[in-house]
Design a protein around this ligand. Structure first.
Ligand SMILES: [Zn+2]
Length: 178
């Protein structure tokens, strides 16, 4: 169901942790005492089935948020959005970013200096070929929503500054009422 998305987007190692989770399942019960806090026993507040996610998000946002693709640069108009307002997770509506944290860069994704407090979590991610020259190092820190676990983007160091590089297709922008 993501054939078109697969054409435009490049898969990354989003499910790389699946193997580790499977190993935990077959380990002895005694290992449960050391599993606290690991991916195998963590549950996000918002949980939906694959069908529910696909119906809610649509093809492109599903591929990015639930399968870990990265959108093509400048494919979302939010990269150059400058209005005052708030940015919310498209998966669960959690307020992840604020326009006052935003940095507009001519790289084609949505950049923020930081996230809202207690709104995102991080994980280790594989190569992101869409970043081109920025992706010389294969390891990236992924940013995902604290409430629903949806993939939002990555942490990148650009000109010496650590920024959140977020897919516009993962966000709903809510401009402040004039
Ligand atoms: Zn979310």
């Amino acid at each position: 169901m993501t054939q078109n998305a697969a054409h435009d987007l490049t898969r990354r190692g989003f499910f790389a942790s699946t193997g580790a989770a499977a190993l935990t399942v077959v380990s002895s019960p005694a290992s449960a005492s050391v599993a606290a806090g690991s991916a195998s026993d963590f549950q996000y507040e918002v949980v939906r089935t694959i069908d529910e996610w696909y119906t809610q998000l649509g093809e492109q946002s599903y591929a990015i948020m639930r399968e870990g693709f990265t959108e093509a640069r400048k494919s979302s108009p939010l990269w150059e959005e400058t209005r005052v307002g708030t940015y919310h997770c498209k998966g669960c509506d959690l307020h992840n970013y604020d326009a006052s944290f935003k940095v507009v860069l001519d790289k084609g994704w949505v950049f923020f200096e930081h996230a809202q407090s207690d709104s995102v979590l991080t994980a280790i991610d594989g190569p992101v070929p869409e970043y081109g020259a920025m992706a010389e190092d294969a390891a990236f820190t992924e940013v995902h929503c604290r409430r629903c676990g949806s993939h939002l983007g990555h942490l990148l160091i650009i000109d010496g500054a650590m920024l959140h590089c977020i897919n516009g297709a993962s966000l709903d922008f809510k401009p402040e009422a004039a």
